[in-house]
Design a protein around this ligand. Structure first.
Ligand SMILES: N[C@@H](CCC(=O)N[C@@H](CS)C(=O)NCC(=O)O)C(=O)O
Length: 213
């Protein structure tokens, strides 16, 4: 039985999961199901296809239904599940100081992604509801996260791991959605590292594109 992954091409959280799948070499175990999101997703509950509604009570992507029917609804949980059950913990150690050092970067990269998506949702609102102050707050949070990740680049190893994957997806999303953000100015070493990591086949195969509405 295959696992079902609900996805869109725009979501950086989905991208984290798909890059993880490709790096683990387990793509043949998944059926990837596209979901549709009209721009009103930013403020309203949009109609869900029945299979997506059955897969997640949260109504967000990524959502995974495992081979034994478990429903996992968060990209970090999904990546850790795949790493543990199908990857022999190759992308994140199961315990010990090395795990927590990696998780320190993972948490910052995930917060950076969250700020980018909250900013996107706010941008999709129409004036006068849209708050430029909130958008600026999310932009500033993202830039602080990039600066913090810049200071962690030295610990990234030659082999990919979940910290690098989450970080690269944050860099990729900001370039795609907010190309005018000067994040490389505050994070030059991260920018240089990303130029290498983005050439990996897993990253090239998951370049973001607009979500079907
Ligand atoms: N913490 C969650 C965040 C997932 C998330 O925010 N997904 C967005 C797309 S990038 C979504 O589905 N938004 C729809 C909504 O909030 O209604 C994760 O890591 O999976």
């Amino acid at each position: 039985m295959t696992m079902k992954l609900f996805r869109t091409p725009a979501s950086p959280f989905v991208r984290k999961v798909v890059v993880t799948i490709l790096e683990l070499g387990i793509a043949d175990r998944f059926e990837q199901i596209q979901t549709r999101w009209p721009h009103s997703w930013a403020t309203e509950t949009v109609p869900f296809a029945p299979d997506f509604a059955a897969a997640t009570p949260v109504g967000r992507i990524p959502a995974l239904v495992t081979e034994d029917g478990m429903r996992l609804t968060d990209s970090q949980v999904i990546c850790e599940y795949l790493n543990a059950e199908y990857g022999g913990h190759r992308l994140l150690p199961p315990e010990g100081p090395a795990r927590w050092r990696m998780m320190e970067a993972v948490a910052i990269a995930n917060a950076c992604l969250e700020a980018q998506i909250l900013r996107r949702a706010e941008t999709l609102r129409h004036p006068p509801e849209r708050s430029d102050a909130f958008i600026a707050k999310m932009q500033a949070r993202g830039l602080r996260c990039f600066a913090a990740l810049d200071a962690m680049v030295d610990r990234f190893g030659a082999e990919p791991d979940l910290a690098q994957i989450a970080t690269a997806c944050a860099c990729g999303f900001v370039d795609w959605r907010y190309g005018h953000d000067a994040w490389r100015g505050t994070a030059p070493r991260l920018g240089a590292w990303y130029e290498g990591f983005r050439q990996r086949p897993s990253m090239r195969a998951t370049e973001p594109a607009e979500t079907p509405q």
